[in-house]
Design a binder for this molecule. Structure first.
Ligand code: ADP
Ligand code: MG
Length: 701
């Protein structure tokens, strides 16, 4: 059973990893991820666990952590008190410094007492955590290491250094928190599409209600500057709406009577009266939020690497510190130096303390998940929803892109160009009745071509055969509407047509009635997308359930390999042959292709969030139907991966440099703490660059 909780007050990204490990030890709990940035815990478990069970475990590691079933806005009040205590600590430090340098009071005991007091006030929280972690036998934790380093400084008489390093560590923590919080806020703002209010029209008044309570066919008013609360259709008024948060399309769209309004879009000008066509739960906005929040959280490879790296980095650095402090001086004293072990020890212990200051991998642990999260946020601003970091990563490494044809490369709004039959009207009427309940683009086009009212009661026993068509009972007798495969399967005697178009045959009471000839057109951006993909050495393939002839006719201008006549299971087989060769994405419209979406490395569905099943099955959704969005997302994914790599190289590089400088005696503890805090901040700032994207296809490459 999949479940998620909200988690608050995690101190640092590294702590999130520790919590993850602790939760994994719970009986029956598998696949736990603690999402530091979104403040969520995702897990699957065989046993029923409450948020309290999780909180109890969490608190043995992080006393302030709170875990909730639902999101709350509870503020952590301890930070205010902490600030005051820290300031007093700093004040005491200034007093001792003034005593020493200005008033020249020289009382060693008084000074030491004040130093210790100042140290305790500034580093109290860190000391407390270090002590508690020791009780839980966790020695490689940054609090423990900072404590060790600063107490070490005290022991060798470097009081100011000890206090200073602790102070900068705290300031660094604070700044990091600020940076992370502000980035979280800007990302949340990007994703902020949830409507909060709806104005329900009643007989003689208008009342404000929650969007969740609206019922089908109710009428509501939408004022300028408000979000559309549920999906609906305009019955009065005109305006322009901003759908950028849904589709990434930045130009406002003009709307008037009979136009469809998608929830989550913003009404810009006029007052609109709208009829509800979907309740909140089934509306676009709810589906997007569902997609963004409740997913199986898969960590990207880079993230997995960091998690593993963090686990070994700290112990290794601490081991090195021990060797540097005690073994190196011994060798030095025995073989090289004239000085005694005692004297050398003093020098090397000092250097080893620097190692301890640099031993926390915080910059990495923090910036990598934040990068992926920013990437996902930026991509949703462009109108592409992505489920997890690993899916975003996958976009940058594709070798094969396999498109579905109908509704994906083509518009899927077929036009009925001809009906070949002695009884044309009857033929269309049969077809339209059979297709009433189907979501297939062909079905929708046939229904809209038949402009008369449909009598639903005439149709029973409807079943749709994927890749073939529909069979049903019409006034109690069998009716078949579909392609050649269906006609052959039902042994109908019919004349085969072939003219490069999509053809749907109709047979009633096992007798052939006629054929409906449909034409489809390519989407505007299909060709450009395919050309650009080819330029990037990505192989493009098309799979379709349609026949050879219309497929060839349609795709001839694109110059790609295609497989026609595929049933959904054939599509899966084709995908599998490519999966063996390289990273493969499948892009479909979500109608009939759920199994294929699941089989691919990266399943992308398009089209204003097609069917619910398709959303479950896909790793990403293109909201505005346009294949070109794929290019934007690949571009964004590459940018994200570049920044991720920069951060990894930069953070590890600086740390190694300072370890080396420290070991050779060229860096003091001050440098070390500046390097440590600086790297974290710069990594976070670098990450922010990801958010700096516009939904523009002009400058894709
Ligand atoms: P694609 O792979 O091009 O998206 P599908 O697998 O959805 O196509 O459908 C393949 C073929 O099956 C269609 O071209 C059509 O001939 C037939 N078909 C599928 N569903 C229907 C339907 N509801 N009504 C009529 N024909 C259908
Ligand atoms: Mg399709």
């Amino acid at each position: 059973m999949k479940k998620s909780f909200h988690i608050k007050n995690i101190d640092c990204a590294n702590c999130a990893l520790k919590l993850e490990d602790a939760f994994k030890k719970l009986n029956g709990v598998e696949k736990v991820t603690v999402d530091f940035v979104r403040e969520m815990v995702h897990f699957t478990s065989k046993k029923e666990y409450t948020s309290d069970d999780f909180e109890n475990i969490a608190r043995t590691i992080e006393p302030n952590v709170r875990i909730y079933k639902r999101d709350t806005h509870e503020k952590d009040q301890s930070s205010q008190q902490e600030l005051i205590i820290n300031s007093v600590g700093v004040f005491i430090l200034l007093v001792v410094l003034a005593m020493q340098w200005v008033f020249r009071i020289d009382s060693p005991t008084l000074k030491l007492t004040l130093y210790i007091l100042s140290y305790l006030m500034i580093g109290g929280k860190v000391l407390y955590k270090a002590f508690r972690n020791m009780l839980h036998r966790q020695f490689f934790d940054e609090h423990f290491l900072m404590t060790l380093a600063t107490i070490g400084a005290f022991l060798i008489g470097e009081y100011i250094e000890g206090i200073g390093v602790m102070l900068f560590y705290r300031i660094g923590e604070y700044l990091q928190d600020r940076a992370v919080n502000s980035s979280k806020k800007s990302i949340k703002k990007l994703l902020d599409i949830k409507p909060v209010i709806a104005h329900l029209i009643q007989e003689d008044s208008i009342i404000d209600v929650k969007p969740e309570t609206l019922l089908l066919h109710q009428k509501i008013k939408i004022y300028p500057g408000e979000k559309v609360p549920v999906d609906g259709i305009i019955i009065d008024g005109f305006s322009s709406v901003d759908q950028s948060k849904l589709t990434g399309e930045s130009l406002p769209v003009d709307v008037s009577k009979d136009d469809v309004l998608l929830s989550g879009s913003m009404n810009l000008q006029g007052v609109l009266t709208m009829k509800v066509t979907e309740i909140y739960e089934n509306s676009t906005v709810a589906k997007i939020i569902e997609f963004a929040e409740h997913h199986v959280h898969k960590k990207a490879k880079a993230e997995q690497f960091i998690t593993k790296f963090a686990k070994v980095y700290t112990p290794v650095v601490v081991m090195l510190a021990l060797i540097l402090a005690f073994v190196v001086p011994l060798c030095d004293a025995l073989f090289f130096s004239q000085e005694t072990y005692q004297a050398l020890l003093n020098v090397y212990v000092r250097r080893a303390l620097i190692f301890l200051v640099i031993s926390c991998p915080c910059a990495l642990v923090l910036s990598i998940p934040l990068s992926f999260f920013s990437g996902i946020g930026a991509s949703s601003r462009q109108g592409v929803l992505i489920k997890s970091g690993s899916d975003l990563e996958a976009f940058s490494t594709l070798n094969y892109v396999i498109f579905d044809k109908t509704g994906t490369l083509t518009k899927g709004t077929f036009e009925v160009v001809d009906i070949v039959s002695d009884q044309k009207d009857l033929c269309l009427s049969y077809a339209a009745h059979a297709e009433i309940h189907s979501n297939h683009p062909i079905a929708k086009s046939i229904v809209s071509a038949y402009q008369q009212p449909l009598v639903t009661s005439r149709v029973t026993h409807v079943s749709e055969i994927f890749g073939q068509g529909v069979i049903c009972h019409y006034e109690g007798e069998e009716l078949y509407v579909g392609n050649e495969k269906l006609m052959d399967a039902k042994s109908i005697n019919y004349p085969k047509h072939s003219n490069g178009r999509t053809i749907i045959y109709v047979a009633y009471k096992k007798i052939y009635i006629g054929a409906i000839i449909l034409s489809d057109t390519l989407k505007e951006t299909s060709k450009e997308t395919i050309d650009q993909l080819k330029q990037q050495h990505v192989e493009v393939i098309c799979v379709t359930g349609d026949h050879e002839e219309p497929t060839k006719h349609m795709l001839s201008s694109l110059g790609i390999t295609y497989y026609a006549n595929c049933l959904p299971q054939h599509k899966v087989q084709i995908i599998e042959t490519y999966l063996n060769k390289g990273k493969t994405a499948f892009i479909g419209d979500g109608v009939n292709d759920t199994p294929v979406l699941m089989a691919a490395d990266l399943g992308v569905s398009m089209g204003k969030i097609g069917s619910d099943a398709a959303i479950e099955a896909s790793d990403a959704v293109i909201m505005n139907d346009q294949p070109i969005k794929l290019l934007e997302t690949i571009q964004l994914s590459k940018k994200t991966m570049k920044i991720v790599k920069q951060n990894i190289v930069f953070a590890i590089g600086i740390k190694l440099l300072f370890l080396l400088l420290g070991a050779l005696g060229f860096a003091s503890m001050w440098y070390a703490i500046f390097a440590d805090v600086g790297v974290s901040l710069l990594a976070v700032l670098n990450t922010m660059r990801i958010l700096n994207v516009r939904a523009s296809t002009d400058k894709v490459f």
